[in-house]
Design a binder for this molecule. Structure first.
Ligand SMILES: Nc1nc2c(ncn2[C@@H]2O[C@H](COP(=O)(O)OP(=O)(O)OP(=O)(O)O)[C@@H](O)[C@H]2O)c(=O)[nH]1
Length: 329
């Protein structure tokens, strides 16, 4: 037996709100060389149909997808089974977990603690880091909205990585950082480096350290009954109430005008997040991503069925019905 096999499998959680950039960061980790160790990836999607499994660049990695719910609550048991399974079958040294954008960090930690205590694991597991990705471009506005789960992701973060910082000027970036600082733990490090020049492996190492430091502090605080990082009190925010998702089967041909119409319809109903694959006029598929009122639609080699997942507080299926018959437009 390799001496490594007696060490716990590291669980690294890449969290953050809907569309913050979790999958993009995960792909960066893979591209920056995380693949040197044996890595497994667990994707959790709120929508009924997974999309990220086709977007993740995971050459040779084992990947599992848990869809249609959140591992911090409704899929707790499914998650634990998945971890037991992946540890036995794939023998990873590390498991990267991408929770849904609606996961509460405290609940996630509790789920992971349950997984750590499972009997009969082929190898022990332990949480190694929890990284919170926050979209810099809408942080000020989102903090104003005070969406509970968004706030909990900032308040409980051990390390924050801002995405899309290259889209802001220095004053806007400072404003975003100040707004986050007001709600985050005082010592939290906020990484503002644009992702083009960011070394994701370095960030993961910082995140590991931050998590270990916070655990130490939490243990000290436990002794004094003041544990904030593991808020077991009644005041903690955890709610997916109000959020729902639908899956549409796009048909027809999505030229730039149709994509624009879709973008407008999503914006008009205040959609939080949409993603999927749309049929393009040339017979292929477009990888569609909608966050924050803006969308991209790029040709993709994905060969599965066309699908569109829409997540929001007021998803109006009737207003989006045209997606399933775009040829009529
Ligand atoms: N240029 C740039 N694009 C980004 C950045 N972060 C995210 N994106 C884009 O924003 C969109 C959403 O990013 P994802 O990585 O899919 O976000 P996510 O947090 O995984 O989304 P969900 O899993 O659906 O909650 C994609 O089109 C990304 O290419 C960034 O820092 N820079």
């Amino acid at each position: 037996m390799d001496s490594n096999e007696t060490l716990p499998v590291k669980i690294d959680i890449i969290g953050g709100y809907l569309g913050a950039g979790k999958t993009t960061f995960l792909n960066k980790l893979v591209r920056d060389g995380l693949g040197a160790s044996r890595v497994a990836i667990v994707e959790n999607e709120f929508g009924q149909e997974p999309v990220d499994d086709a977007v993740i660049e995971s050459p040779g990695f084992s990947m599992r997808t848990l869809a249609s719910g959140c591992i911090c609550c409704s899929l707790k048991v499914g998650f634990m089974d998945c971890i037991a399974d992946i540890v036995a079958e794939c023998q990873p040294d590390r498991i990267l977990i991408e929770p849904t954008g609606l996961a509460s960090p405290a609940e996630l930690e509790r789920t992971c603690q349950l997984a750590m205590r499972m009997k009969g694991l082929a190898r022990p597991v332990r949480v190694n880091s929890m990284t919170a990705i926050v979209d810099a471009t809408d942080a000020v506005e989102m903090i104003d909205f005070e969406i509970p789960v968004y706030m909990s992701q900032i308040e409980q973060a051990h390390l924050i990585v801002l995405s899309h910082t290259q889209e802001l000027d220095a004053a806007q970036l400072n404003e975003a950082v100040a707004a986050i600082r007001e709600h985050a733990k005082p010592q939290v490090r906020i990484i503002t480096e644009p992702w083009d020049s960011l070394d994701a492996l370095e960030v993961l190492a910082l995140s590991e350290q931050a998590y270990a430091d916070d655990l130490d502090h939490a243990e000290d605080a436990d002794d004094h009954d003041h544990d904030r990082a593991h808020d077991h009190g009644h005041g903690h925010h955890h709610s997916h109430e109000g959020f729902s998702s639908i899956v549409l089967k796009p048909q027809g041909a999505f030229d730039s005008q149709t994509v624009e119409r879709l973008n407008t319809a999503l914006r008009e109903q205040g959609t939080s997040r949409a993603k999927g694959f749309l049929p393009s006029p040339d017979g292929g598929l477009l990888h569609f991503e909608y966050v924050n009122g803006r969308s991209t639609a790029e040709p993709t080699h994905y060969e599965g069925p066309a699908k569109l997942i829409v997540i929001g507080a007021h998803v109006d299926a009737a207003a989006l019905a045209f997606v399933e018959d775009a040829s009529r437009l």
